[in-house]
Ligand binder design. Structure first.
Ligand SMILES: [Zn+2]
Length: 132
C-alpha cells in the first residue's frame, strides 16, 4: 500500500504506508510527535563543562587542545557538532601555520638575497674596470 497523501508539488506521496493505515509516516501526523520526542532526547551540552584554552600558537598547542577535546567528546561533555567543527578548524589552522612558516622563511631568504646583491655591487663598484 502506498501513501494517499500529497507531496509539496501536489502529486501523490507514493511513500510506503505504515501500520495498516493509508498514510506514510510523514502524512500520518505522527512525524511531529516523533520529532519532538527526538528533540527531548537530545543532550544539552553546556560549554561551561569544557576546559578553557588560550588560542593555540603552535602545532603543539593545537595537539593539546585536540587531545583534551577527544577526552571531552568521549566523556559526553562536548557536543559532537563542536568536535566536528574543531576537526575542520584544526586542519585549517595547521595549513595556516605551515603557510606562515614558509612566509617567514621566504622573507628571511629575500633579505639575505638583497644583502648579497648589495655586497656584490659594492665589490664591483670598488673593482672599477675589472668586469669580464
Ligand atoms: Zn505520504
Amino acid at each position: 500500500m502506498k501513501c494517499h497523501g500529497m507531496n509539496g508539488a501536489g502529486k501523490p506521496c507514493g511513500a510506503p504506508a505504515v501500520g495498516g493505515t493509508i498514510h506514510c509516516l510523514m502524512h500520518s501526523g505522527r512525524a511531529a510527535e516523533l520529532g519532538s520526542r527526538g528533540g527531548r532526547r537530545r543532550t544539552v551540552y553546556n560549554p561551561d563543562g569544557l576546559k578553557e584554552f588560550p588560542a593555540p600558537k603552535s602545532a603543539a598547542d593545537l595537539r593539546d587542545t585536540l587531545a583534551q577535546s577527544i577526552v571531552e567528546l568521549r566523556t559526553g561533555k562536548m557536543d559532537p557538532k563542536v568536535a566536528n567543527a574543531l576537526g575542520y578548524l584544526g586542519a585549517s589552522y595547521l595549513r595556516a601555520l605551515e603557510l606562515a612558516d614558509i612566509e617567514s622563511r621566504l622573507e628571511k631568504m629575500e633579505a639575505q638575497l638583497d644583502y648579497a646583491a648589495q655586497a656584490i655591487s659594492h665589490v664591483r663598484g670598488q673593482g672599477g674596470s675589472d668586469r669580464a
